[in-house]
Design a protein around this ligand. Sequence first.
Ligand code: SAH
Ligand code: SF4
Ligand code: F3S
Length: 455
Amino acid sequence: MNEIKMTQIRVEEQDKKNRQGQSPSFFIHTFGCQMNESDSEHIAGLLISQGWQKVELPEKSNLAIINTCAVRAKSVDKFLSLLGRLKEIKKKRDLKIAIVGCVAQLEGENLLKLRPEIDYIFGPDNYLEILKIINHQAKAVATNWSHQWREHPLTQIHRESQVSAYVPVMEGCNNFCTYCIVPFVRGREKYRPARMILEEIKRLADQGFLEVQLLGQSITSYHDPESGKPLAELLQEIAQIDGLIWIRFITSHPKNLSKEIAQVMATEKKICRQLHLPVQSGSNSILKKMNRGYTREEYLEKIAMLRELMPDISLSTDIIVGFPGETEKDFEATLRLLEEVRFSNIFSFRYSPRPLTAASRWVDDVPFEVKRRRLIDLQNQQKKIQLENNATLVGQIMNVLCIGRSQKTPHLYCGRNEAHQVINFASPIEVVNKMVKVKITSFGPYSLQGELVAE
Ligand code: SAH
Ligand code: SF4
Ligand code: F3S
């Protein structure tokens, strides 16, 4: 067994040992995007390597951590509700509460003053200091920006999956879409050196990981801070690493999704033919007000370029309804765009004004009822498209990376195909964490069903 495998086993063994002994325990809950999920894996890894054990219930922990998201008012409400639960636990027993992530960065010390039950506040650039602070201080706030990439020790990551790994390649965002709080909570773009990214992915491949998901808030802006090479070249190099089967990257910005990136996707088999390309609106006047940096026509040209190179590519997007000034005509333009592109999946949201953003200074003039109705109309139209798309897949045999049991139907396994669609399937043998072949037998709008095909 090589040294890399040994290191990973040491992290897992450490976790087991911590559970058996009288080690202090921590609970962590994550809201928000994949970047937050990855950060939580880093935080958990740091704690475990210093003798802490991870528990699934805050009631059983000495330290409860909430990794927060500030992107919409609703995400903050969810955090406050969990904080309320932790406060009740703290009334009955000794518990330290740490708030990390984007709300922590946004509110900083204010949060500590407003909610005295909180002990620690850490922003996204301060996780490496967590151990030092919780071991030595009763209360603390750490929300300093770092202008350079801070490398996390690779041996101290507690990954939730044994086959699919998140690999951050950049952080922050320079785009300043007028509705979006991310640039204010994650700061300006910082790029991770390509040699470190490649080192981490080689280790993962050696450990038996089959899929990597490269992460960055605006990943198409990535370039190596040392050599200047762009994302397309990095992808090309990652695709040469033995052992890996699938490579994905999120989130791309339409304005700098280059032909080179599309060409690497088309030529390198390991790079999944799947792309999340947020459009936000189908109306040019709204796109302009959002400061998205492209028109509807330019977005559609990018889609055409992708489909010309990869007719079978699976595309998904994000949509906001009810942005200030959005008329019925603007909204209809978005509906038409969905009909034109026929995405495999969309994520849609009602506009929510966020502090510090440009749009928060404008009147939020689309009434809640109108936003609600537009969201329903949009989702219904998309549901119809997904049913039609999915119907064409029945009878096909596809590769599926099994990630566990289906939550709703535990007798079935659950996984994802190359297009990143959810597949629930029957199998007579145990297939968790394996890449298998599944024949699609039926479908719904949001998932496919199937059965294992013997090799
Ligand atoms: N970096 C990614 C994700 C940003 S947040 C990107 O650029 O796409 C994820 C999605 O949340 C966005 O794409 C957008 O659709 C939505 N979103 C962001 N701010 C929002 C707001 N103020 N109200 C409603 N939805 C918002
Ligand atoms: Fe937010 Fe726009 Fe940056 Fe995405 S590209 S994180 S929507 S500012
Ligand atoms: Fe939310 Fe922060 Fe991600 S605001 S979407 S957790 S970058």
